[in-house]
Write a protein that binds this ligand. Structure first.
Ligand SMILES: *Cc1c(COP(=O)(O)O)cnc(C)c1O
Length: 406
């Protein structure tokens, strides 16, 4: 799995750091590309925009799922063309649209945005070929829609589609739906893809011209808890290709995309922290680690959420909260003895509790603790500005064994 020798070596130079493993990223991309021929993949930059990660992903011919103008510019910096960048996010400003309109494929998130894109395109003397994000009349597992801040409700879209045709400077050529993340059951995902193809056909018929692309969003999950069964990506690929070939005739030129962040980067990263101090207070043993809540917030958030939930099992709220034991704590020590400890951080707040009363090999000051599943929604979500601590380094292990720091 991860490289203990490299981790221990780097821990001599950094009290806390992320280590991303390029070979893990490439393996996950390969699994997608080999199992889903005929489908394009877009990398959801927001989960991990580390420059070496982006070079790896875009070097492997993925397109970009950009959630902001900044991510559009990052993608451009890596040489992607407007057709390879889909910019989909709620609440784009006029400036966002003005800047991104010729750099990316805009996906309008509301009726207001369709009109705004038309205005901007008109002022620039161009016709913008865009997608629209739809809030569908279905979920992963059921029929019927749910209120959402994302996209245009399916019924509203079909009611207004004729008006879009009248817009002089916008041509709608694609649809985008992203219902949710972190699904491990291939049957659920394939069922959702089937509904997406039905939606695309209905949409194309209502548009009156050919739909050029359908972006089915993400959903492909990874195993976080040690008890999770990893998603069977081969089965998902085979079943998805069967859906695609059955639908090809009615949508001959449709480019089909799936977006992914966590499946590509999630398993590639570990977070490494060090024991700074240790004390016993009223009989409880505290191990004080470097940069926990501020360097990698999610284990502390998981602890907070499950504390408040009491005996209930709280639902996941991606990307902030996945489940109670989504991150494993692995001390890299030789100790034969174990002890019950509470892991906390070095901030001047009592809120940075990572986990309490767990049995671990006996830890001493200077020992290294690895936290798993730190490749996606990890560094980017963590409040590193808090308290002027030295932020964790972000290191990148290349396939030839070189460690790059940025
Ligand atoms: C965040 C996001 C994704 C990525 O989700 P993952 O679970 O990381 O694959 C994909 N599409 C949209 C629209 C998103 O907002």
């Amino acid at each position: 799995m991860f490289r203990n020798d490299i981790i221990l070596d780097q821990a001599q130079h950094h009290d806390s750091f992320y280590l991303y493993d390029q070979s893990v990223i490439l393996d996950h991309i390969k699994a997608l590309q080999e199992n889903f021929s005929g489908i394009g993949f877009l990398y959801s930059i927001k989960n991990n925009p580390h420059p070496e990660v982006l070079s790896t992903v875009f070097g492997a011919a993925l397109g970009a799922d950009a959630a902001s103008l900044g991510e559009v510019l990052l993608s451009r910096g890596h040489g992607l063309s407007p057709a390879q960048i889909q910019y989909s996010a709620p609440g784009k400003s006029r400036r966002d649209i003005e800047e991104a309109i010729s750099l990316s494929t805009l996906v309008a998130d509301s009726l207001n945005e369709v009109a705004l894109i038309n205005e901007v395109a008109k002022a620039k003397g161009m016709i913008a070929e865009i997608g629209v994000r739809i809030n569908p009349n279905f979920t992963f597992v059921g029929e019927g829609g749910i209120p959402s801040k994302f996209g245009i409700d399916e019924d509203v879209a079909f009611d207004t589609i004729a008006n879009w045709d009248a817009l002089s400077n916008v041509k709608v050529v694609g649809i985008h739906v992203h219902a949710r993340s972190q699904e491990l059951n291939p049957d659920v995902l394939v069922g959702y893809y089937r509904k997406m193809f039905a939606l695309a056909k209905k949409f194309q018929a209502a548009l009156g011209h050919e739909l050029q692309f359908m972006n089915m969003g993400s959903g492909i999950g990874i195993d976080y808890e040690t008890s999770d069964t990893p998603l069977d990506i081969a089965t998902l690929g085979t079943d998805t290709k069967a859906v695609l070939s059955a639908e090809r005739q009615s949508l001959p030129n449709l480019a089909v995309y799936i977006e992914s962040g966590r499946y590509i980067a999630g398993k590639s990263g570990v977070y490494v922290t060090k024991v700074l101090d240790k004390k016993v207070s009223f009989g409880k043993t505290f191990v004080i680690l470097a940069n926990t809540l501020n360097g990698f917030i999610r284990p502390s958030l998981a602890k907070l959420v499950t504390n408040y939930a009491g005996t209930q099992k709280p639902a996941g709220t991606e990307p902030l909260f996945t489940s109670k034991s989504a991150f494993q704590f692995i001390p890299l020590v030789d100790a034969d003895e174990t002890e019950v400890v509470t892991l906390v951080g070095n901030l001047c707040t009592g809120a940075d509790v990572v986990t309490s009363d767990i049995t671990l090999p006996t830890l001493r000051i200077g020992d290294v603790v690895v936290i798993t599943n730190a490749g996606a929604y990890a560094a980017v979500l963590s409040p590193m500005q808090f308290s002027a601590q030295v932020p964790p380094a972000q290191l990148f292990l290349t396939t030839d064994g070189t460690v790059l720091s940025s």
